[in-house]
Design a protein. Structure first.
Length: 497
């Protein structure tokens, strides 16, 4: 189904004068992509903020959009019922002016999920996801993360060096989500590999990964129809609101998409700050900054979803900030929120330090479409950092901080690589279930059909979930010298010791 544009100001690429949106600039729009933007996005954000609360930009070659950089204006867009999330309103895409194989279309194109739904349909889909995530046991999640993180570190630990992006931060979230979804070992390996391909810079590889993931999720839903368990997929399948298999697959796609690349960026950016920012690392190791507050600061300074939350004005909309500056937004144009730019302009309550337990950042969005998996995301990142520092207390950056690079593209703020060195760990042989080709070994978990006072799961067969230890003995540092960080206190504190 295609929703036709309505009202004045149909948005078309600015390169064609006859099809230029009213009020849109001509050629030379600020770009939210490319090496220059990736290396220094703050300069672009400063330029955009000087123009007002919202500005025309180019997301990819030939793809114009409007980006909101003011904090108050961003909240207005995120909360207003005069903006729709339905991507079928994207006029330029509907009219074939943007090809379907454009690099940004997979992230922006319509899917029948809660991410692109409005009104009652969104409420129905959102309720199923909220109810399901409310049943997830936080202690079990911590165990999943701890075991998977330990297994990954066991792979590269004896080498004494690693790229913590490709070998740790990118792999860990996928391993955890396959366990939460109730995948068996073979399917977990396939899903992990599909997630890895989805974030590849090569469009063809990314598209293949997306298709592979859809096939895996289809098989998973079919398997859980036959034999439900105590897992996210089964709970969605048996929710009283009765989602179709297609709807469930797309809800799972949203959870995977929101929980892999952004999660990876949050983990790797947090480690980067610990290894490069003396104030940040000193406050954490000295106890003046808790682990939770440290991770919260990363969301302020390096929001994993730098520019996202696409909306479409249902009618012409005059968006203005407190100073009166503004932009007339036509319908049919993608309007995205710059979480990164808006966060840097949010006023500090009482003039205090915004790091200290201030969670008013926009990293998880706001309004009816605020991220439903914030708690799970926090646990994954917390335990990922905790485990890394616990097992590799002498980890250090392997290159000067100035040589670190960021992935190009408008949506994520994510490191390309994070090379580190550390004293090699004693080799203890391969860790079962630690690689992409396998998943953690599983044993039967107790049935739980009434979690949270609900009873909308039928009696289930034993579910496959990993038996994970909640702690791992710290390995002694094996090489003297070098800069030693005092990670013992924050790790012990975060684990209740």
């Amino acid at each position: 189904m295609t929703i036709p544009p309505s009202g004045p100001g149909t948005a078309l690429p600015p390169g064609c004068p006859a099809h230029r949106p009213p009020g849109a600039p001509g050629a030379g729009l600020p770009r939210l992509y490319g090496p220059a933007f990736a290396a220094d996005p703050d300069s672009t954000y400063a330029e955009l903020r000087a123009q007002g609360p919202a500005s025309w930009v180019e997301l990819a070659p030939g793809v114009p959009a409007i980006v909101v950089t003011d904090y108050g204006a961003a909240l207005e867009v995120l909360r207003s019922s005069r903006f729709s999330k339905d991507a079928r309103r994207w006029t330029a895409l509907n009219q074939g002016l943007i090809p379907m194989d454009n690099q940004v279309v997979p992230m922006m194109g319509f899917r029948p999920s809660l991410l692109f739904a409005d009104g009652d349909r969104h409420l129905r889909l959102r309720r199923t996801v909220d109810d399901t995530l409310a049943r997830v046991d936080s202690y079990r999640v911590r165990a999943f993360v701890r075991r998977s993180a330990t297994a990954l570190i066991g792979e590269f630990g004896p080498v004494g060096s690693a790229d913590l992006v490709s070998q740790y931060a990118e792999r860990l979230p996928a391993l955890v989500f396959t366990q939460l979804f109730g995948c068996d070992d073979a399917l977990a390996g396939r899903m992990s590999r599909a997630c890895a391909r989805m974030i590849d810079a090569e469009p063809a590889t990314a598209q293949q990964g997306s298709e592979d993931l859809a096939r895996c999720l289809g098989e998973l839903v079919a398997a859980k129809r036959r034999s439900p368990g105590t897992d996210v997929t089964s709970w969605l399948l048996h929710h009283p609101l009765g989602l179709s298999d297609e709807e469930i697959i797309h809800q799972l796609v949203v959870l995977v998409g929101a929980g892999t690349v952004p999660q990876s960026a949050w983990i790797s950016s947090s480690v980067m700050l610990l290894l490069t920012d003396d104030r940040f690392a000193g406050d954490l190791s000295g106890g003046s900054l808790t682990v939770s507050d440290a991770l919260n600061e990363v969301l302020w300074e390096q929001s994993p979803m730098a520019n996202f939350c696409f909306h479409y004005a249902t009618n012409e909309y005059d968006l203005r900030d407190d100073s009166g500056a503004g932009l007339l937004i036509p319908p049919g144009v993608p309007v995205l929120v710059s979480h990164a730019a808006a966060n840097t302009r949010q006023p500090r309550d009482g003039g205090g330090d915004r790091r200290a337990a201030n969670h008013a950042h926009l990293a998880f969005g706001a309004g009816p479409h605020v991220c439903p998996a914030q708690d799970v995301s926090q646990i994954i990142t917390d335990v990922a950092i905790e485990t890394l520092l616990d097992l590799l207390p002498d980890v250090a950056l392997a290159v000067p901080a100035s040589e670190l690079t960021w992935r190009p593209g408008p949506f994520h703020r994510s490191l390309s690589a994070l090379p580190v060195t550390f004293p090699p760990l004693p080799s203890s042989g391969p860790v079962p279930g630690s690689g992409y080709g396998s998943a953690p070994a599983r044993t039967s978990a107790p049935s739980d059909t009434t979690t949270g006072g609900q009873s909308w799961n039928p009696p289930t067969s034993p579910s496959s979930t990993p038996q994970a230890g909640t702690s791992t003995a710290r390995r002694p540092a094996s090489a003297p010298g070098g800069r030693r960080r005092g990670w013992g206190f924050p790790v012990g504190w975060s684990r209740g010791r």
